[in-house]
Design a protein around this ligand. Sequence first.
Ligand code: FES
Length: 165
Amino acid sequence: MSRVPLPYSPKILELFRNPKNAGPMEDATVKAEAGSPVCGDVIVIYLKVNEDEVIEKASFESYGCAANIAAASILTEMVKGKSLRQAWMVSWKDVAKALGGLPSVKFHCGVLAVGALRRAVRTYYEQRGQKPEWLPEKPTLEERHALEAEEFAEALARRLGVEEG
Ligand code: FES
């Protein structure tokens, strides 16, 4: 059986082969891990944030597909030098555009990257007991598609049909 290759843009293929900002960050200020309920893949985002709440460095680890690696890579580039507030405003559509488009079956891979970043931003403020007025009370769509470890394990169990009852 042959598989039809996905119509990945040249940018996605380039970043998949040569991802920028890949790997853990030892001196990260905050990190967030997130799993996709759609495909079961996992991503980790690391941010180094200075006292002005500006992202000095961003990196990622992805256990996902080519689109996810490319999305996380370009996202970490896009948020470098931005304030946490500006980084929060980056949407998965901005990421898809910067990648030269994502195949529709791969939208969720970009959503996962942005969701993990937003989890990292939220975690940053939670750890400091702060609540900036621009930070939405409820999780955004991207965050809801980037589940925390516990929710993720439950979602996976449901997918695998091992839910109790
Ligand atoms: Fe899971 Fe792309 S298929 S992140």
